[in-house]
Ligand binder design. Structure first.
Ligand code: IPD
Length: 266
């Protein structure tokens, strides 16, 4: 039988909290271990150690589940009822620089749909969680995202990924966007952006080039706080584009982003 999403949430929260403590203890004196898509796309030993802790805790409790992790966890799909989608440290560059804006993101997917999520943000002492259809919570308090504002008053969070050619084009997209909005924010963590959106720290978020582990858990938190979280042209979130906002603002922002080419590389 299908697992109760609330049990998956409880497990995700417990493991994200423990992983957050481990990562927080290791933040001081951390150094770069390796690079990924470009010389500035870094991995630290704590990304790997934290992912390993998460994987072992989840699979000890629920042997046979599938696991997709940012660092090492190849996609062990198969016939498992639950797939865990994990970003051990989202915002690795912030983590490396001693900034508090990073998070541990754990999502549980059943039949291709994310049903439960936890995002721990130890640097800020915040813990977000959500269950599909049952709401999003910040430190135990129900989250309801603030009402939409008109595009010209919208504070829009975004990110650029780490691939140089893509960043160049995204800078051009911003040139078209910035004059028509309140301002942009770039925290350096998609999880912080999406959870921050759910708790009112900005009005919208978009990014191209994300991977499922970047949006799975915080995307459910945002959706359960009343935000529309989608991709381009009515599709689901994808590597091409993730957009999140209150529906009225989403309907203004998404067409403009497409007009500016935010879902393309040039
Ligand atoms: C990154 C952050 C960043 C976003 C990048 C992601 P990581 O995740 O979420 O804000 O712009 O696209 O890769 O690498 O720090 O886990």
């Amino acid at each position: 039988s299908a697992p109760d999403p609330d049990d998956l949430r409880a497990l995700a929260v417990r493991v994200a909290t423990e992983a957050g403590e481990l990562a927080a203890q290791g933040q001081e004196g951390i150094t770069v271990l390796d690079t990924k898509s470009s010389p500035t796309d870094v991995v630290t030993e704590m990304d790997r150690a934290t992912e390993e802790l998460i994987r072992s805790r989840l699979l000890a409790e629920r042997p046979g589940d599938a696991f997709l992790g940012e660092e090492e966890g190849g996609d062990e799909a198969g016939t498992a009822p639950v797939r865990w989608i994990v970003d051990p440290i989202d915002g690795t560059v912030n983590y490396l620089y001693g900034s508090p804006d990073w998070g541990v993101a754990i999502a549980a997917e059943v039949d291709g749909q994310v049903v439960a999520a936890a995002v721990a943000q130890p640097g800020r002492g915040r813990s977000y969680e959500a269950v599909r259809g049952r709401g999003a919570f910040l430190d135990g308090e129900r989250l309801v995202a603030p009402e939409a504002v008109p595009l010209e008053r919208a504070l829009v969070a975004t990110g650029f990924g780490y691939v140089p050619e893509r960043r160049r084009h995204q800078a051009r997209v911003l040139l078209g966007l910035v004059p028509g909005i309140r301002d942009i924010r770039r925290t350096g963590s998609a999880a912080v952006d999406l959870c921050g959106l759910a708790s009112g720290q900005c009005n919208a978020y978009y990014e191209r080039g994300l991977n499922p582990w970047d949006w799975a858990a915080p995307g459910l938190v945002a959706a359960e706080a009343g935000l529309r979280v989608a991709g381009a042209r009515g599709g689901p979130p994808s590597e091409d584009l993730v957009v999140a906002a209150r529906p009225e603002l989403f309907e203004e922002l998404e067409p403009l982003l497409l007009e500016l080419g935010a879902d393309r590389d040039e």
